[in-house]
Design a protein around this ligand. Structure first.
Ligand code: 0O2
Ligand code: 0O2
Length: 295
């Protein structure tokens, strides 16, 4: 006769432990102001009647119940579909450290007939008990908030009908799954657009900084005419226009950099001919900046 309380203890420990480890990653991201692919984590140990039902369905005897792979379950919820694969990568990197991946099921690329979408991983997880290490199977489900909304509602509706879900209801649920999928796709697309706009902005602002820095260096090197020419070209530039990177700005950045490098080379060669090195004062003023800019 199986002592359920004792049998389930390592499963409870595994869920608690892994949930905390995953929450720690999320908290680390929050504290370091980084985006967290994990929105929240929940976990549960299957109820005894559900375990017995599943064992019967799989034809498992009492001594084989440990073969059921979802007695312990963790659910990781994220905002975007890309986050799911980020988390998968993160979990794969733990392979051999604190878990062993037994099986992966991608129900996002291969959607279930019901319309269900999620990424599943079955892992073997070690629990340190009084009697030594016990390895338990644990199911990790990774899904977006939209997928989670659909699965939660669908699960509760399906449960009301038990096995026999009427065909028209099943079809309507499938339709809702498609609608939810569209939400995920659109959210991901919006996010991608925002990210690339941010990257473009960063690129433009770095280019502008580089141009201004180079003009400054040219001034310090006594190239007043060139500096004035570049400053005037820069002033006339409408670099804030939206869309693709303004080629004029890129060209100007190349030209100012080229002018600095050439001037730098000329000075270095001249000093070499005269057996000189950078005077202290100038090293502080133009030397390091010039070297940095020329890189
Ligand atoms: P925070 O930062 O306050 O959200 P526990 O062991 O008590 O931490 P438990 O009891 O296993 O967690 O699960 P529970 O209470 O269902 O939820 C766990 C975490 O998920 C909690 O956050 C919930 O607030 C969060 N959660 C549950 N459902 C949702 C949801 O739909 N949206 C969001 N954003 N969060 C949800 P924490 O761990 O208390 O931290
Ligand atoms: P719970 O704890 O109530 O969620 P099986 O476990 O026998 O159903 P299999 O192949 O071993 O089938 O596992 P599968 O299908 O990879 O994953 C099973 C779990 O995924 C289910 O657990 C659900 O949580 C979830 N799932 C799979 N298909 C669906 C679906 O069509 N709708 C919803 N809402 N969830 C699904 P359980 O067993 O239902 O237990």
């Amino acid at each position: 006769m199986l002592h359920w309380r004792e049998f389930l203890l390592p499963y409870e420990a595994a869920v608690e432990e892994l949930k905390n480890k995953l929450k720690a990653i999320r908290n680390e991201c929050r504290k370091t102001n980084e985006y967290s692919p994990i929105e929240f984590v929940v976990g549960r140990v299957k109820q005894v009647p559900s375990i017995i039902e599943k064992a019967q369905k799989l034809g498992l005897g009492e001594d084989e119940i440990h073969k059921i792979d979802d007695i312990a379950g963790i659910r990781i919820i994220c905002q975007f579909e890309d986050d799911i694969y980020e988390i998968v990568k993160m979990l794969r990197a733990r392979e051999g450290l604190d878990m062993e991946i037994v099986l992966e099921k991608d129900y996002i690329r291969e959607v279930k007939d019901s319309g269900y979408r999620s990424y599943h991983m079955i892992v073997r997880y070690p629990v340190y008990t009084l009697k030594g290490v016990k390895l338990v199977l644990l199911e990790i489900q990774i899904r977006t908030m939209a997928m989670n909304f659909w699965a939660t509602v669908e699960h509760s509706l399906r449960y009301k009908y038990k096995e026999a879900l009427p065909e028209n209801i099943a079809q309507r649920l499938k339709n809702t799954a498609q609608a939810v999928n569209q939400i995920d796709t659109e959210m991901q697309a919006i996010r991608d657009e925002i990210m690339s706009a941010q990257q473009l902005f960063m690129h433009k602002s770095n280019t502008v900084s580089q141009i201004l820095n180079d003009i400054n260096i040219l001034e310090k090197m006594g190239e007043h005419e060139a500096a004035a020419r570049f400053r005037s070209a820069f002033g006339m530039m409408h670099y804030e226009q939206e869309g693709e990177m303004d080629l004029g700005l890129e060209e100007l950045a190349e030209k100012t950099r080229e002018a600095v490098v050439i001037k730098n080379k000329t000075i270095t060669e001249k000093m070499g001919d005269q057996g000189q090195s950078w005077p202290d004062e100038e090293t502080e003023e133009a030397g390091p900046e010039t070297a940095q800019a020329a890189q």
